[in-house]
Write a new protein. Structure first.
Lengths: 590, 176
């Protein structure tokens, strides 16, 4: 078995390497910032929420396992990457455990099973960000190991049930769909042979397991009950599913002892069936994160059910790994900047005395609001107040690797797998993204305008978008919001941004998201002469300091893509000296 | 076998009892009217970002245009009583102005005839107020010490479970 130990360590190490390559790197993604802000509220202000972030399925919340890990990291004075590596490390350990358990049970397909589990988890972590479901692999693996190690007759043992209930509570408090994996393991282990008096013991066992799960995670338990109620509301589908499940369990109850493949098949089918039924009932996507906790059962079933040879298993495992890495590719930051880059910006911001919340509106570059919020994530929260007024702006340019700006530009760490280099500097800027107003004009209705307020993130039509109940840091979460009128009538949104700098000449470029069908465009400049050069460019000559402003407009029509309506604030832009137009023209979106 | 068949026959009834009540058609109409009234009231800026996206048989799902994930389920209790369920939302407009908006929307001529029965009941929301309401999970908190103790318990306990289980499996394999 010593050889198995070394091989399991090798599987764990390889898994960690694959996950580190494919997982989305830490970034200023709004979900990451939201969770990190909440963790700092917990560690620094004593307000630790009893539920995680809202899920994409209305009314449900993620669990507190991930936020608690973040809070522990923040409480120890460590930075966000520790939690990222902890999540990847736990998934790697789970892969090693999947392999070791399969090998110990002499299932020849141990390698291919572990590779399939790794592929599911890599897909989960490469799809969006490393977040709440990231610990589902490890927790699902523990539940599975507990069932595999316990002889079937121990299924009625109260201590065994209590321990499995604890795993269930943790799974439910990780992600709502992870609880389905636990249900699968428990039914697969406890139901076989549960006829006659044994059925009574099954009921007691279930009560103990559920009581422990509830005691460990009461809010998550309620969350899962809400999910069950929502499922039951789809009556025809729920009734058919319930009848099929009961019939299968009735058959299973009369089979004891079960073959391992039967136990594993039940443990795998229940969470997979739940995800599939959820998709049928609601049209919600089947995302890899819904399968994360079910992966160990699938992997072990695959390892046990097929007549693998050691060679075919190894070859198939390598093929699965290679296919996963090829299909998923290296983890790239989606529409934002990596955490390393945000970290590197902080000393530049501090040197320029650019602090939260003034940084909102005074960061120029692609995804400027998220960058500002990312900077704020490292600074102590204080209530929003007036901006500094005439301080510097922080600029970040993302350029092809072949372009190297001179002057005072400081190189930032490269963003992984983008081929771009990022550069930053602080200069006395002209355009203030935090002062001005936003107006919505609908056909046949008077314009509705709201002032931009410095230092406050946005809600619809300029309403300060803060959570009224939220303590401190979470208020800095950069809401994705819309500036489009809800009526859908022909309309346009204009944003007037104030000038704040000295007179002279400058070029300004809009940094809208690429491929927008209804992009922002220049429509005016007060107090300056504006020469518009294409939809993204304007050349400004302003005779006097701090006078006038720029107007940008986005028109809404039937051809606008949905994503155009979403923004986390006024349009991002970057300004430069008159001789820097070539440099600004080279800017790319990561 | 008879007991199994009897048990299976009871399942659809259990599902029906567990499911939420079906929204009566007039309730869906009333809720849609409230949403329309909120959107049409120029004083209700906070409500402008809320839009109805889906009318199902038993509920109307409202989603805020700001932020992913948050949603409000507006659904029916026992007919004809209606209630607004704000548990799911952390961004539901708050404050006296937002409350007044909701109260006005509930009392438009189009909605009043349907809501008047509810107004006469003890339902506080139907009577024009959004208070009191229970704290949402996102608003309930615990201390950092309790959080870290919980996390330590889960981490140590489940790590021990995993290690014990793996050791048993390996020991059993060695025994063979």
């Amino acid at each position: 078995m010593a050889r198995h130990g070394w091989q399991a360590a090798l599987v764990t190490g390889l898994t960690l390497a694959v996950l580190a390559w494919t997982a989305v790197p830490l970034s200023d993604h709004p979900d990451t910032l939201r969770d990190w802000y909440a963790a700092r509220d917990c560690a620094e202000r004593g307000a630790c929420l009893l539920a995680g972030s809202a899920t994409s399925f209305g009314g449900l919340h993620n669990g507190t396992v991930f936020p608690s890990v973040l809070a522990a990291v923040a409480g120890m004075g460590l930075d966000l990457p520790v939690a990222w590596w902890a999540a990847l490390g736990c998934a790697a350990l789970a892969t090693g455990a999947v392999w070791l358990a399969a090998s110990a049970l002499s299932w020849r397909g141990a390698t291919v099973g572990a590779a399939v589990a790794l592929a599911v988890w890599a897909a989960c972590m490469s799809a969006q960000v490393v977040w709440a479901p990231a610990f589902a692999p490890a927790l699902g693996c523990v539940a599975g190991l507990w069932v595999l190690a316990g002889p079937p007759q121990q299924g009625s043992g109260l201590a065994w049930s209590a321990a499995l209930g604890a795993a269930g509570g943790a799974l439910a408090d990780c992600h709502p769909m992870a609880a389905a994996a636990w249900v699968g393991w428990w039914l697969a282990a406890a139901v076989p042979g549960a006829v006659g008096r044994a059925a009574l013991r099954l009921g007691v066992s279930a009560a103990v397991a559920l009581a422990v799960a509830w005691a460990l995670a009461p809010v998550a338990f309620d969350n899962n009950l809400a999910l069950a109620r929502a499922a039951a509301a789809h009556r025809p589908l729920a009734a058919v599913g319930a009848v099929v499940a009961c019939a299968a369990l009735a058959v299973l109850a009369r089979r004891a002892p079960c073959r391992p493949t039967t136990v594993l098949g039940v443990a795998a089918l229940i969470p997979l069936g739940a995800a599939g039924a959820g998709h049928l009932g609601t049209g919600h996507e089947v995302h890899p994160r819904y399968l994360a906790a079910a992966a160990p059962a699938v992997a072990w079933w695959l390892a046990a059910a097929w007549p693998w040879s050691a060679r075919s298993s190894a070859v198939a495992g390598l093929a699965v790994c290679a296919a996963a890495m090829g299909l998923l590719g290296g983890g790239r930051v989606s529409n934002g900047h990596s955490w390393d880059q945000v970290q590197a910006l902080r000393p530049i911001a501090r040197a320029a005395a650019l602090t939260w919340p003034d940084a909102i509106g005074l960061v120029q570059g692609h995804a400027c609001r998220k960058l500002a919020a990312g900077l704020g994530a490292a600074l102590p929260w204080r209530d929003a107040g007036p901006a500094a007024g005439n301080g510097p702006v922080l600029q970040v340019l993302d350029l092809p690797a072949t372009v190297a700006p001179g002057g005072r530009w400081i190189a930032l760490p490269p963003a992984p797998h983008t081929g771009l280099r990022s550069w930053a500097r602080a200069i006395d800027g002209w355009v203030d993204g935090g002062r001005g107003q936003v107006c919505v004009r609908e056909l046949g209705l008077p314009a509705r305008c709201e002032p931009l307020r410095p230092g406050v993130t946005w809600g619809p039509l300029g309403t300060p978008a803060v959570w009224p109940q939220a303590p401190g840091h979470v208020r800095a979460y950069p809401w994705m919001t819309t500036l489009r009128p809800p009526s859908g009538r022909a309309s346009e949104t204009t944003v007037d941004l104030a000038f704040r700098g000295p007179g002279g000449e400058r070029v300004v470029r809009i940094l809208d998201l690429p491929n927008r069908r209804c992009p922002w465009r220049w429509t005016g400049a007060d107090g300056c002469t504006a020469v518009v050069r294409g939809s993204e460019w304007v050349h400004l000559r302003c005779p006097s300091a701090g006078q006038g402003g720029l107007r940008l407009t986005r028109s809404w029509g039937p051809d606008c893509d949905d994503i155009s309506q979403w923004t986390d604030g006024p349009p991002c832009l970057v300004e430069g000296h008159i001789d820097e137009s070539d440099l600004l023209q080279a800017v790319r979106m990561p | 076998m008879k007991r199994t068949i009897l048990g299976l026959a009871l399942v659809p009834w259990a599902v029906a009892a567990f499911a939420e009540p079906v929204l009566p058609p007039e309730a869906a109409t009333a809720i849609q009217a409230v949403v329309d009234a909120l959107h049409a009231d120029a004083r209700c800026v906070d409500w402008q970002g809320w839009t109805e996206v889906e009318v199902r048989s038993d509920r109307v799902v409202l989603r805020p245009l700001q932020g992913p994930g948050s949603a409000v389920l507006v659904h029916a209790g026992e007919r004809p009583w209606l209630r607004l369920d704000v548990r799911a939302s952390t961004a539901w407009p708050q404050g006296a102005e937002a409350d007044a908006c909701l109260a006005r929307a509930l009392q438009t001529p189009r909605t009043e005839s349907i809501w008047k029965e509810a107004v006469a009941t003890r339902d506080p929301i139907a009577a024009g107020s959004v208070t009191p309401r229970a704290a949402t999970p996102m608003e309930r908190t615990r201390s950092p010490t309790a959080t870290w103790l919980w996390l330590a318990t889960v981490t140590v306990g489940l790590s021990a479970m995993g290690c014990v289980a793996l050791r048993r499996l390996v020991a059993a394999a060695s025994g063979q």
